[in-house]
Design a protein around this ligand. Structure first.
Ligand SMILES: [Fe+2]
Ligand SMILES: [Fe+2]
Length: 207
């Protein structure tokens, strides 16, 4: 099933749609916490602070959108309130572990440097993904005349990608070569995540 078709199915069913929003909120929150964890306690920059703040806002904003469906739905990140909870929890964690392993070999970094490099490359891959995912989702919401909207997130994610590219340029002249590897790792994990969601959604149809 194509990603767009999958989303079209998801938005048809209120509970599934609420879980999808909650799943995205969970991902944004995990991303935000990851960025905060990578901050150097002293030399953290304005861009990094802005980035963490905006990802936290996305988590909050998506959670609030659920209220437009039903405020009683998905009030926590409990397993039964997420789509494909195992794959969802795994995605960012695996990406981080695999990216760190790659970056350590490629750059031979100390602990603080590795943290920063992981922030740069992992976040870059996530921003590339976000720039693809949210516009497809918004198109479907617009077509359905949904009250739910993710336009403000799209705008900020575009800014993030640009900021990540600027920071990567400063980090290494050869960043693109390494970013390609990280994007390959991300693609594999993203496919696992989406397939797990597709599997769950297709089972719903027969229930
Ligand atoms: Fe975000
Ligand atoms: Fe972002």
């Amino acid at each position: 099933m194509e990603f767009q078709q999958l989303l079209e199915r998801i938005v048809q069913d209120s509970i599934t749609h609420a879980k999808w929003l909650n799943t995205l909120s969970f991902m944004e929150n995990a991303g935000a916490r990851k960025i905060s964890k990578c901050e150097h306690p002293v030399s953290v920059t304005l861009i990094q602070l802005k980035h963490a703040a905006e990802e936290h806002r996305h988590a909050y904003y998506l959670k609030k959108q659920i209220g437009k469906i039903d405020p009683e739905l998905c009030t926590t990140y409990e397993t039964d309130e997420l789509l494909a909870p195992i794959a969802t929890r795994q995605y960012l964690h695996s990406l981080d572990v695999k990216a760190c392993r790659y970056l350590q070999t490629a750059f031979n970094l100390n602990k603080e440097e590795l943290k920063y490099a992981a922030y740069l490359f992992v976040t870059y891959a996530i921003e590339v993904r976000a720039d693809e995912l949210y516009p497809v989702y918004q198109d479907i919401l617009t077509k359905e005349s949904s009250k739910i909207m993710v336009k403000s997130i799209i705008l900020e994610e575009e800014g993030h990608l640009e900021e990540m590219i600027n920071q990567l340029n400063e980090f290494s002249a050869e960043w693109k070569l390494h970013a390609e590897k990280i994007l390959t790792i991300e693609k594999e994990l993203h496919d696992l995540w989406i397939n797990a969601i597709a599997e769950e959604v297709s089972q719903l149809d027969y229930a």
